[in-house]
Ligand binder design. Structure first.
Ligand code: HH2
Length: 289
């Protein structure tokens, strides 16, 4: 399976690691916040040195309870960092829900748009349709400010699959090739623990049901240090690395193609050891003899 991703053609025969870079003062994981341009750029380079296959840059926190930032402020945070990272040797993704920011990011040469709102901004589909970039379509129930208040589903896998399927159909109808699409169940976005677990357990079923009739689409999973890990382990955000690594491996075993993580080096080590023991899940391109 391949993902058309702007300047790149990303082979998904092995799991890929997307490193998180937050240009925010308020992202839920304090260590991921880089409000200054120089430290943000240095962190992006560190993530690549550690083995990130993609870098995802966000300028608005979407943690539960977060208030939206204005579009101009979002772009003020993004612009100098995108400029400094132009020509990076790995795909650059921008995490935004706004069509106006997508337009500007495309002009700045990014390779992927990651929209936690699933391209629901009325202008978003038209903005991204004719570009060559990859699109991550994530499911979110409600808005970050209120999404965790009372999430309720009759059948969470079925409802998320139907919602993603509708977004996929709209993107395909607008001319987006299926080879540009990645789907994401949106762990923690309007979901309690059992909703998240049901989605992760049936990731392959979700992928199949969300893309009926067309080819199965790759799944991206972001569970790094989230409340799900805290709920399961009782740990604070800073102590959730071990739980996040176990979750990452379990997600790959269930079919995740891309892992969105804060801890790239540790995730890479975990995948390397795991795949050496379970060669049906190749991670290293050529395993040592
Ligand atoms: N999670 C976060 C942000 N963007 N995008 C995708 N596709 N999938 C995710 O699970 C996802 C995402 C939240 O993580 P983070 O960016 O570290 O936090 P914050 O929103 O507080 O900046």
């Amino acid at each position: 399976m391949h993902l058309r991703c702007g300047r790149f053609d990303l082979c998904l025969d092995r799991p890929r690691i997307m490193g998180v870079l937050n240009l925010t003062p308020d992202s839920f994981h304090a260590a991921s916040r880089h409000a200054r341009v120089d430290t943000a750029v240095a962190h992006a380079r560190l993530l690549i040195d550690e083995g990130a296959d993609l870098i995802d840059i966000g300028a608005e926190s979407t943690r539960p309870g977060a208030e939206p930032v204005a579009a101009e402020e979002e772009w003020r945070r993004l612009a100098p960092v995108l400029e400094a990272l132009r020509g990076l040797p790995v795909p650059l993704s921008v995490d935004t829900r706004r069509a106006v920011t997508m337009r500007r990011a495309l002009d700045a040469g990014v390779d992927m748009i990651n929209d936690v709102g699933g391209f629901a901004d009325p202008d978003a589909v038209a903005v991204v349709a004719a570009s060559p970039v990859a699109l991550c379509v994530m499911h979110m129930a409600g808005e970050p400010a209120t999404m965790q208040h009372a999430p309720r589903y009759r059948d969470v896998v079925d409802e998320v699959a139907r919602w993603l399927g509708a977004r996929v159909r709209e993107l395909l109808a607008a001319g987006v090739g299926a080879d540009r699409l990645v789907l994401d169940p949106g762990i923690g976005f309007g979901k309690h623990r059992d909703h998240n677990l049901a989605l992760l357990r049936d990731l392959r079923g979700l992928a199949r049901r969300a893309a009926p009739g067309s080819r199965e689409l790759p799944m991206l999973v972001g569970l790094s240090r989230k409340s799900l890990i805290g709920d399961l382990t009782g740990r604070a955000i800073e102590q959730r690395l071990a739980g996040s690594l176990a979750g990452a491996l379990a997600a790959v075993a269930r079919g995740a193609a891309i892992l969105r993580v804060h801890d790239v080096a540790a995730t890479r080590d975990a995948l390397t050891v795991w795949s050496a023991i379970a060669p049906d899940h190749p991670f290293v391109e050529s395993a040592p003899a």
